[in-house]
Structures are given as structure tokens and as C-alpha cells.
Write a protein that binds this ligand. Sequence first.
Ligand SMILES: Cc1cc2nc3c(=O)[nH]c(=O)nc-3n(C[C@H](O)[C@H](O)[C@H](O)COP(=O)(O)O)c2cc1C
Length: 374
Amino acid sequence: MRGYLPAEAGTPEVEPMIESSTRNVTAETKRMNAGVRSKERHSRAVSALWQHRPFDRAHVDPALLVHYATLAASSHNTQPWKFEAGRDRITILPDLTRRCPAVDPDDHHLFASLGCAAENLLQAARAMGLEGHVAYDATRSGVRIDFEPATPARSALFEAIPQRQCSRCAYDGSTLSANELRTLEATSRSAGTAVLWLTDPGSKERMAEYVAAGNTAQFVDRAWASELRSWIRFNAREALATGDGLYGPVMGSPDVPRWLGMLAMRFAFSSRAQNRKDIAHIRSSSAIVVIASGSDDREHWIDAGRCYERLALQAASMGLRTAFINQPVEVPALRSEFATFVGLGARRPDLVVRIGRGPQMPRSLRRPVSAVLA
Ligand SMILES: Cc1cc2nc3c(=O)[nH]c(=O)nc-3n(C[C@H](O)[C@H](O)[C@H](O)COP(=O)(O)O)c2cc1C
């Protein structure tokens, strides 16, 4: 199966030798030049990745559907999915080698990520004239999508796939119009899944308190910090080498050599600094959304992921930004109190998202389709 990403997005990078006519070019200069070239290659890989691809409706290529699926969100950009393409069917399976046991011990986020991929795949299939029917495959814990021919429809959600991103930055604090709220609500709604909207300043302050309490609990957890570190790509070279993980600039940090990034994490990585940033980001947001699926199991965690992806695509199509603030649902000791605060009672809140108007942030990469399609 041919891959759709440019080879450089996912293949290990071999730094080309730097040609130098002078002998006194220092090792430091060489490293800086290599860094500049990696950033250029990263930026080319990003441009090639985050755009629509041409397709032939008469011969839908499963690899192209999978490509669109991989542009979905995934926890820590782990891309914990494998795809199996059969006749008129694609199955999305969990890749358990990409688990994050510290932040996600029951694989809740992993299965939600499969839901995100499924939603992108469905939107792309519809654009290519295929209606997908989703079923949960309990024996394999996968998402089975069976296709039948349909009238092609390029939905606003499909058009927005290359625009969606997690924008971890301050928004402009403006309110959403009643019309915007109605559209976002209507798109994210699905049977059995609750989507709760918090827009008043008082609720945002309480939300900021929960997120801060979550940061405080997570930052003292060494396993959590070490797992997060293992998914951070401090510079473009690292991001290009793996095609996954959290590239520093995506999170508002500079592109730095690994040694410097590790040093910064050791001395500047603190819950206090994170809280300052998160509280300001929450206050700047137009709305906070809490997603709670119908039941606390894998099948319904997938539903929660689908719900987020639809919401985020709809928001992107309206020029709005989204970012997760999941700390209150990730820390088990906080989760039930948080559920009571948002009025969910004994139900599990799955995902927390903030929405608003703000700038585009740098983009993350993906592994090539050939790495995930059996
Ligand atoms: C289930 C799930 C949980 C996530 N949790 C967080 C989170 O708590 N904080 C955060 O900043 N991003 C979170 N993310 C966003 C991912 O880090 C992001 O999707 C990934 O890095 C790829 O970036 P992109 O969505 O901009 O393409 C989550 C994504 C998913 C699907």
C-alpha cells in the first residue's frame, strides 16, 4: 500500500554532511545549520501533510481514507491506531504498544483517540461517495466501519480536517454568538452523549481551579512526568524522526536541542508555571465544553472521541480554535468531584475542551499511512 505522507515526515532523519569551504567552521555552527535545515524540512512536511488530497470517486483508495483518519487528534499525539482495510470495510484497532499507562491507565484516552480517527474517516468517506456504518467490535476492541455507496457530500467538517488543530494558546476572550453556539451544539450532539457548555465567568473560574488542582497532582507524579517527557519532541529533527509526539513549538515552547529541553524541564517545568498559563488560557476562552458519553466503557469512550472530533472540526470550519484541558478528568481523585460540579452526578466526564478565537499554532506531524495500514 502506498503511503500518502511525504517520506520525510515519518522516516528517520539522516543529517546530510554540511559542506564547508573553510576549515574553521565550528561544530556549534554545524549544529546550528543542521537545526535550521531540520526546521525547514519540518515546515515542508507540515505543509504537505495539512492540505486536502485529490481523489477519484470511482476508485476510492482506502489509504487515502486512512490518511484523513490519521489527521485526527490523539492523546500526546501517540496515534495509537492500526487500520485494516477489507472489501467495503475498514477496521480501526488499538495499538497497545502506544499506551500511556501513567496518564491513561485504563486506556480511556486511547479509545477516545480511535473515535477521533473514526470521525475523520467517516467525513472523508462521505466526501468520496461512501456512507460508513460504525459498529464496535467487542472481540477486537476496534471500530468497524462498513461502507455503502452514497451521494458524495463534501461537508464543512470534511473541508475543515486540514484546519483543525489543538491550539494551546490564549484566545481573545470574546463571546460566542447564539448562532455559533447553536451550530456547535447541533454538530456535536449524538444520542447518549452529553455535551455540557460553560460560558459564564464564574464557571470558568471553577474550571480553572479544577485544572490547577489536576496540574498540582500530576506534576508531583514522577511516572506521569517521565511518560510525558518520552512523548516530547524538543526540536524539528526529533519530530521528523518519529512523526509523532508533542513538538515543543506546538505547546508554545521554543525548538531547542535535546540537552537544553531536558535542562528546561528539570528547572522550569512546574505546576505553578503551568497553572499560570492554563488559568490565563481558560479565562481567555469563549466557552468550556465537557463531553460525557453514555457509559463508562471502551465503546462509549470511542463515542466521546467522535463527539470531540465533530465539535473541533465544526469549530475549525467557523474559524474557532479548540484545545483540551483534561486534567480534571485524568486525575481519578478529582474526577467524581468534577462530575458533581458540572452536574453529571455518578456519570464519568470523558473530555474537557476550551473554545475561542485565537491564532493558529505550529502544527504537529503524523506517521506515514504505510506505518499504520495493514
Ligand atoms: C483523548 C485525547 C486527550 C487529549 N488530552 C490532551 C490534554 O489533556 N492536553 C492537551 O494539551 N492536549 C490533549 N490532547 C491533544 C493531543 O495532544 C493532540 O491531539 C495531538 O498532540 C495532535 O495534535 P493536533 O490535534 O493539533 O493535530 C488530547 C487528545 C485526545 C484525542
